[in-house]
Design a protein. Structure first.
Length: 113
């Protein structure tokens, strides 16, 4: 009985946090999307390199300031639900599209006009 209680006490927090909920994605899926999108957003925002993110305030921490990120945070974490993953994927894709568009326009120079 004590062994069962001990095992439940160890595993229960992982289930509650979503850490073992692979059907909704692993936490790394969403963290990677935040990091990849954050690198682009900080650069486009002219705030230097992406350093981290603040899940409590749902902000990206850039070298020279903070920028908002999609509102997928809950408490002090980013639960990687299907909805959060979809929101972050669309956000990152939009940033990639903007970066590509700006790169084409800037690199085209005066001869492209």
């Amino acid at each position: 009985m004590q062994l069962v209680l001990f095992v439940v006490a160890l595993i229960l927090p992982a289930f509650q946090s979503g850490g073992l909920s692979f059907a909704t994605g692993t936490p790394d899926d969403c963290v990677n999307l935040v990091i990849d999108g954050g690198k682009i957003k900080c650069g486009l925002g002219e705030l230097g390199d992406f350093e981290d993110y603040d899940a409590y305030y749902c902000k990206l921490i850039c070298e020279r300031g903070r920028l908002p990120m999609p509102q997928v945070c809950s408490g002090n974490r980013v639960p990687c639900t299907e909805s959060a993953r979809t929101t972050l994927s669309k956000w990152k894709q939009g940033l990639e599209d903007t970066k590509t568009k700006l790169s084409r326009e800037w690199c085209r120079g005066p001869q492209g006009k």
